[in-house]
Design a protein around this ligand. Structure first.
Ligand code: MTE
Ligand code: MO
Length: 220
């Protein structure tokens, strides 16, 4: 369970909110999970663009069902491995069964320039917390040694720390997106979305493996 937190939003036009149409507030981060409606993802959300972003005309959620994307190619799978009590193998529809959050992001790519995208999906924190990271739950500082290694199917890698996304520490509203600009990611696989980041490089697409690693001991 996470609380909302006004997240000194840095980049203009970036906002995160719940996708159930509740995103009324200003550009802040609203990380509170509303009702879990499985298909909460963006459907019937006429007020899609909160105050800040370049409100995009909506047809988003209506096409977000798996139907448009389930033809020839098999659904992508994401495996959660490492120091977890409940390692898992998840599809995009599995991720759609969780509370959905929405993010409108603007980031800069070193080669492509400024990019805008709309994403929906569950919080990375909630997905990984459900997999049971092997830290001592009552000792907050025990979480500080945990790393999160995210791999794209193309071999792209990005690291996060557990504390970065933990509500008791950085509370970064990182998503495992299941839609991109209204299109489902069932076949491509989920995309890591870091709404606060100016640079696009960590927005890893086609996430195929997430390894939670509590073995960081370089200080030993
Ligand atoms: N899997 C994967 N994800 C990736 C990349 C990549 O090479 N592989 N490039 C990143 C970079 S450098 C940027 S700027 C954004 C660009 O996203 P866009 O072209 O969809 O706007 O994707 C990021 N995600
Ligand atoms: Mo980039």
């Amino acid at each position: 369970m996470s609380q909302s937190l006004a997240a000194a939003g840095t980049s203009v036009g970036t906002s995160v909110g719940t996708s159930a149409g509740t995103a009324a507030g200003p550009p802040a981060v609203t990380a509170a999970a509303p009702t879990a409606g499985p298909a909460a993802g963006t459907s019937a959300d006429p007020t899609a663009g909160p105050a800040a972003g370049p409100a995009v005309g909506e047809s988003a959620g209506t096409s977000a069902g798996p139907t448009a994307d389930t033809t020839a190619t098999p659904a992508a799978e994401l495996v959660l491995v490492g120091d977890l009590c409940r390692p898992a193998r998840l599809t995009v529809p599995d991720l759609l069964g969780r509370p959905q959050h929405r993010a409108e992001v603007t980031f800069e790519c070193a080669t492509s320039g400024v990019r805008h995208h709309r994403f929906t999906g569950p919080l990375l924190y909630e997905v990984l917390a459900d997999a049971g990271p092997g830290f001592d739950p009552v000792r907050r500082k025990d979480r500080l040694r945990f790393l999160i290694a995210v791999s794209g199917a193309d071999g792209r890698h990005a690291l996060l720390s557990w504390a970065e996304i933990d509500p008791d520490f950085g509370q970064a509203p990182v998503l495992l997106a299941v839609t991109l600009d209204g299109a489902p990611l069932d076949r491509a696989g989920p995309q890591l979305v870091l709404p606060r980041e100016r640079c696009g490089a960590r927005h890893t697409s086609g996430v195929s493996v997430i390894r939670v690693d509590g073995g960081y001991t370089s200080w030993a």
